[in-house]
Design a protein around this ligand. Structure first.
Ligand code: AMP
Length: 216
């Protein structure tokens, strides 16, 4: 099974991808997590990506497409199904993905769009923290208590990403509208898109996605 999850920053696509990778025995490739790990390791790729990310900009297509082609080749060679979270984010990325999957005779099964109104996204993102230990992103809408721990792994090593600050978030929304929004049309036209309302709890949203994936 080959899936991709689309949605604005804060739509919860990463959380949902985590839920379904477990229940469906897939691996998740989050390009945002991958880039953050590279930055933490201070690698060459991390150094190239850091400024783009901290300013809320996209990392250039040629870098992202190269990374993705390597990863997809690994998954396909191992016969592992996967969920892409955060890729593609531009039309050239979507076209490169299509081209590669065509060459491998490995068609995408579905593109799941998680749809959330912008005021709700802004509220979620400004209250979002990230767990350094397991990369979960717990939300604290009334401020993070001093003794807060990660609800997934229990670590108290929580931090707020530079790109989750208000000014950067507004920039990320603008980038999403300009670059990623056209992908909705792209996947609608090729018949792969399913729109899911991203309002409500994590369980509400996964309850809407589950029957769609079961039907595939
Ligand atoms: P995310 O965790 O998916 O919100 O990604 C965080 C940041 O990583 C984005 O704001 C971009 O700067 C960068 N990024 C992640 N995936 C991509 C991609 N497919 N293309 C370009 N930049 C990306």
């Amino acid at each position: 099974m080959r899936l991709l999850f689309l949605g604005a920053p804060g739509s919860g696509k990463g959380t949902q991808a985590d839920i379904f990778k477990e229940s469906m025995g897939l691996v998740k490739l989050s390009t945002g997590d991958l880039l953050r790990a590279e930055i933490q390791n201070d690698s060459g790729l991390g150094k190239k990506a850091k400024d783009f990310m901290n300013q809320g900009k996209l990392v250039p297509d040629e870098i992202m497409i190269g990374i993705l082609e390597n990863k997809i080749s690994e998954f396909e060679a191992a016969g592992t199904g996967y969920i892409l979270d955060g890729f593609p984010r531009t039309l050239p990325q979507a076209e490169a993905l299509d081209k590669m999957l065509k060459r491998l005779n490995a068609p995408l099964d579905a593109a799941i769009l998680i749809d959330v109104p912008e005021d709700e996204l802004l509220r979620r993102l400004t209250s979002r923290w990230t767990c350094r230990n397991c990369t979960a992103t717990p939300s604290f809408p009334d401020g993070k208590p001093d003794d807060a721990v990660c609800p997934v792994c229990g670590s108290n090593d929580l931090y707020q990403r530079d790109d989750d600050k208000r000014e950067t978030i507004l920039k990320r929304f603008a980038v999403y509208k300009e670059n990623t929004y056209p992908l909705i049309d792209y996947y609608e036209k090729n018949g792969l898109l399913t729109r899911i309302s991203g309002e409500g709890t994590v369980e509400d949203i996964s309850g809407r996605i589950e029957p769609v994936l079961k039907a595939l």
